[in-house]
Design a binder for this molecule. Structure first.
Ligand SMILES: *[C@@H]1O[C@H](CO)[C@@H](O)[C@H](O)[C@H]1NC(C)=O
Ligand SMILES: *[C@@H]1O[C@H](CO)[C@@H](O)[C@H](O)[C@H]1NC(C)=O
Ligand SMILES: *[C@@H]1O[C@H](CO)[C@@H](O)[C@H](O)[C@H]1NC(C)=O
Ligand SMILES: *[C@@H]1O[C@H](CO)[C@@H](O)[C@H](O)[C@H]1NC(C)=O
Ligand SMILES: *[C@@H]1O[C@H](CO)[C@@H](O)[C@H](O)[C@H]1NC(C)=O
Ligand SMILES: *[C@@H]1O[C@H](CO)[C@@H](O)[C@H](O)[C@H]1NC(C)=O
Length: 479
């Protein structure tokens, strides 16, 4: 079952490659297609609209009818795809920007002309690196004509266009068929229009890396098919709306690097399918909601750089069996590091640094099979560090324990090859100096061979690749 699914997706991916990448492949495919559809033509108005729309981006010197007399046939244009409707060719995809060597590229005077809105079967529209400069050539998202796309457009994408400024017009709400809306790293500002909530088929909403401000609109709670929601790196404020609990299909939720405040709502625990939660670098407070233990699919949780406060002991960490990456640094946390964290068998990264945690560091953390990074520096941990020399050497700089004034290391471990554990002082009560026998068995040479081996074995058995491959499949699926 699972295998069939991934083969199917791979075929889709291949088809994608065939459509967009190779000129050679394109030519070949076109010839095969011509046998069956050799009589198909393109309406003149569709063809003119395509040429004019492209000229708006690449400049008037681009002569479409001269260079590409048959854009859906034997002279395909990179970034343009077509499909047959009632025996005529129509443009279904238009992507502008330097994705490939022979892609259409914008000039410094690029503009979004209304001709685009005459392409009535357009399903995918994307602009990558097209509007370069907010000073020399500021561009805005058109406010009118989006209703022309209300039944057709499935994917709208603006990526890396610093010259694209202004707000998202509320007319975006006409695009009722949209599956994917990506406005990533542009110069957009202002409030998010509540009309985004009309796009009820959305599976991916990415508005990261702009200057959006104001509150997260309540209407986003209507987007119950969302899989990916990324509003990170903006200036959004206000509290986390309660509706997040209703978006139960979500796989990825990234709200990091905004100015969101208030408590984490209990409802967040309903996101049982969530694999990535990033709330880092906001102003959340009021302690960690106990319900985060219900997000049992989480592989990555980042809540660092928030004045959350409180302690970690009210949460049954062992329930988060899939967790691989946990960053809770700089959160004003107090109390002890709960023993239940040592049950997170898939954990690779644990960041607890820059808090006010106290007590001893459990030696069981060293036996986490996948752990490759462990940061506890800048706390008030006490007592003797009880990990083995093997552990310190395996971790190297990825174990950070400095700035815990009341924590110390066995003097025996300090005497050997010197300062492999930066910033931790030797324990005073240590009386006898090591006779060197344990060290003799483990020469420097055997260590250099062993550590990478251990690390790579750990990597493969901990299955990190599967996660990203899974995400990739989802993204391909959305296309
Ligand atoms: C484009 O090329 C065609 C055919 O070569 C020519 O007739 C037409 O005048 C050209 N248009 C422009 C704007 O140069
Ligand atoms: C929008 O669609 C209508 C009907 O298909 C068409 O007449 C009109 O020209 C389109 N608008 C633009 C700006 O192309
Ligand atoms: C969540 O969904 C339920 C049922 O669809 C609805 O009654 C409720 O108002 C929603 N809650 C929020 C906060 O949107
Ligand atoms: C969560 O994921 C499972 C397995 O992939 C799926 O069957 C289920 O429908 C998902 N739940 C929601 C609410 O989407
Ligand atoms: C850490 O906790 C102690 C005792 O709970 C408190 O006195 C101290 O101010 C805290 N330090 C910081 C930096 O929060
Ligand atoms: C660190 O912990 C000790 C007790 O273990 C306490 O006396 C001291 O105030 C704490 N220091 C800070 C800065 O919280």
């Amino acid at each position: 079952m699972k295998k069939n699914y991934s083969i199917w997706t791979f075929e889709t991916f291949l088809r994608f490659v065939v459509l967009f990448v190779g000129f050679f492949v394109l030519c070949k495919g076109q010839q095969e297609e011509e046998d069956s559809t050799s009589v198909a033509a393109m309406k003149k108005e569709e063809q003119e609209a395509l040429y004019s729309a492209i000229q708006g981006f690449v400049g008037d010197s681009w002569n479409g009818s001269d260079l590409y007399p048959d854009p859906c046939g034997w002279t395909p244009i990179q970034g343009v795809s077509c499909d047959l409707y009632d025996g005529f060719w129509y443009v279904t995809a238009l992507s502008i920007g330097p994705a490939y060597d022979n892609s259409l590229r914008c000039t410094g005077r690029a503009e979004l002309t209304p001709h685009i809105f005459m392409l009535k079967h357009l399903r995918t529209l994307s602009f990558f690196n097209c509007f370069f400069s907010p000073r020399q050539n500021p561009a805005r998202i058109p406010t009118s004509n989006w209703e022309n796309f209300s039944n057709s457009l499935e994917s709208l994408e603006f990526r890396s266009n610093p010259g694209l400024i202004g707000t998202i017009p509320n007319t975006i709400g006409y695009l009722k068929n949209l599956r994917s809306l990506v406005m990533l790293e542009n110069g957009l500002t202002g409030d998010l229009p509540p009309e985004i909530g009309n796009l009820v088929k959305l599976r991916r909403l990415v508005l990261a890396g702009n200057g959006f401000a104001g509150r997260i609109p309540e209407t986003l709670g209507d987007l119950i098919e969302l899989l990916i929601l990324d509003l990170s790196r903006n200036k959004l404020s206000g509290s986390l709306p309660l509706f997040f609990g209703n978006l139960s299909s979500l796989l990825k939720l990234d709200l990091s690097n905004n100015m969101l405040k208030g408590e984490l709502p209990i409802e967040i625990g309903s996101l049982r399918n969530l694999t990535l939660l990033d709330l880092g670098s906001n102003k959340f407070s009021g302690g960690l909601a106990q319900s985060i233990q219900e997000m049992v699919s989480l592989k990555e949780m980042v809540i660092s750089n928030n004045p959350i406060g409180g302690d970690l002991n009210g949460i049954q960490w062992e329930k988060l069996e899939e967790l691989e990456f946990l960053d809770l640094s700089n959160m004003g946390l107090t109390g002890r590091i709960p023993e239940s964290m040592t049950e997170l068998k898939r954990l690779r990264f644990l960041g607890l640094n820059n808090n006010n945690l106290s007590g001893k560091l459990s030696p069981r953390l060293a036996s986490l099979p996948c752990i490759t990074s462990l940061y506890v520096y800048g706390n008030n941990l006490t007592g003797e560090l009880e990990f083995s020399e093997w552990f310190y050497r395996k971790m190297g700089k990825r174990f950070g324990a400095w700035d815990n004034p009341n924590m110390c290391l066995q003097a025996a471990l300090m005497s050997g090859k010197g300062n492999f554990l930066y910033g931790v002082k030797p324990c005073k009560q240590e009386t006898s100096i090591s006779d060197g026998v344990p060290n003799a068995k483990m020469s420097e040479g055997s260590w250099n061979q062993n550590s990478p081996l251990v690390a790579s074995l750990g990597g493969s058995s901990c299955g990190f690749d599967g996660f990203w491959w899974g995400l990739l499949l989802y993204i391909i699926m959305l296309l």
